[in-house]
Design a protein around this ligand. Structure first.
Ligand code: GLY
Length: 394
């Protein structure tokens, strides 16, 4: 009888805690929906055909960017995700409004950021509408992106700037373009997109990582021989430091590469990065990283909520495909909980419509330090979706 009683008490407690979690989820979705309503309300009157996408706040003002900016795809991506979450057609209309001005980027071969710009916007437009016109734009974008691949190096070139410093710079962030190429391979049947993605990822494993599994930001190659010429940072504290968002891009990129290809070498790399991150103080408990894990004045350094959001989104996936999945899922949930707390989640009607506070874009240039940034919101929303999907299949 006593055992039965204990069983029922535990059952009720379990049901209550599940209900509490569900209520929190509903509250969070309501919160982000109302905040994005506000974001659209305030960006509509100030955006035009040139400045198309909200990016951040500068001197108290909403900053919008041109389609060629690397962040232009995130705001439309956020609206598409809200459409996926709510099913409300109005979000589809808004999402299309912010997606279509990016069309010309399909021809822009001066950037490696094609995945961020086009897959986050048109990729979701195609996924949610099935409109072949968007697929055509995406495939042209993928063709343009691979013009930056150099077979001698085995990588897609990242930047064309700073030619005084670098001959052929490849940044860890570039791992984030590869999902787009894998998608293009499936959609077109052209294996070369996949080959390029795999080669880029394998070259990155070879040259981007230190013995402790942290990664450099920029590897500079000799474009004729493929030899490594420099191992640098651009947005981190020092060449030998671990820039937080860079570690997050790497974790996300290799997790995605394993998820999409099933190649074990990518899972091993993702797990190595995860081990590096989970060893950092507080990360297992969901603490949000400072902008660089080796920044000199921690804890008196700015956070990078975007790094936290990217890590959470990656860990939800790694949680599903790794033998240590339970731990990764737990950490992802902890990070999502921190991001959803008062410290990081902006109140509705404030923060110029951005969801999260406290991201850091480029600290060494004193640019976008401790501010809201649109890509933090993007990976926060992605984490919410992944968490909810996860709960459904658990
Ligand atoms: N891809 C540029 C950045 O993460 O800031």
């Amino acid at each position: 009888m006593n055992k039965l009683k204990t069983f029922f008490i535990l059952l009720v407690l379990f049901a209550c805690s599940n209900q509490k979690e569900k209520d929190l989820e509903i509250d969070l979705i309501d919160h982000v929906t109302r905040q994005l309503e506000y974001a659209v309300e305030i960006s509509e009157p100030v955006r035009d055909s040139i400045l198309t996408s909200p990016r951040t706040i500068v001197d108290g003002e909403l900053k919008l960017v041109r389609s060629r900016d690397w962040t232009s795809g995130f705001f439309p991506g956020n609206l598409w995700m809200l459409y996926e979450i709510t099913g409300d057609e109005k979000w589809k209309e808004y999402a299309l409004e912010y997606t279509l001005p990016l069309e010309q980027e399909q021809w822009n071969g001066k950037t490696h950021d094609m995945g961020f710009k086009m897959f986050c916007s048109f990729g979701k437009a195609y996924k949610n509408t099935g409109d072949e016109a968007y697929k055509k734009i995406l495939i042209q974008s993928a063709k343009t992106l691979v013009t930056r691949f150099n077979p001698a190096v085995g990588c897609i070139r990242s930047w064309d700037h700073n030619t005084d410093k670098w001959d052929f710079p490849v940044i860890i962030d570039n791992m984030m373009n590869l999902e787009f190429l894998l998608w293009a391979a499936v959609e077109t049947g052209d294996q070369s997109f996949k080959d390029i993605a795999i080669t880029h990822a394998q070259t990155t494993i070879k040259n981007h990582f230190r013995d402790d599994n942290s990664s450099y930001h920029v590897i500079d190659y000799n474009p004729e021989t493929g030899e490594v010429e420099n191992k640098h940072t651009h947005q981190g504290f020092a060449h030998e430091s671990a820039w937080a968002r860079g570690q997050a891009w790497g974790l996300y990129g290799f997790t995605m590469m394993y998820r999409e290809t099933g190649m074990t070498e990518f899972l091993i790399q993702a797990e190595k990065i995860a081990a590096y991150l989970l060893n950092k103080p507080g990360i297992k408990d969901g603490e949000i990283p400072y902008w660089d894990f080796d920044a000199p004045n921690i804890p008196d350094e700015p956070y990078d909520a975007s790094a936290g959001a990217i890590i959470a989104a990656a860990l939800f996936d790694l949680g599903k495909i790794s033998a240590d999945g339970k731990l990764y899922t737990e950490v992802a949930k902890n990070i999502l909980e921190s991001l959803s707390s008062e410290k990081f989640l902006a109140p509705v009607g404030e923060n110029k419509g951005f969801l999260l506070l406290h991201s850091t874009g480029h600290k060494p240039h004193n640019s976008e330090v401790d501010v809201p940034i649109v890509y933090a919101d993007y990976y926060f929303l992605e984490s919410i979706i992944k968490r909810n999907n996860f709960e459904k299949t658990e």
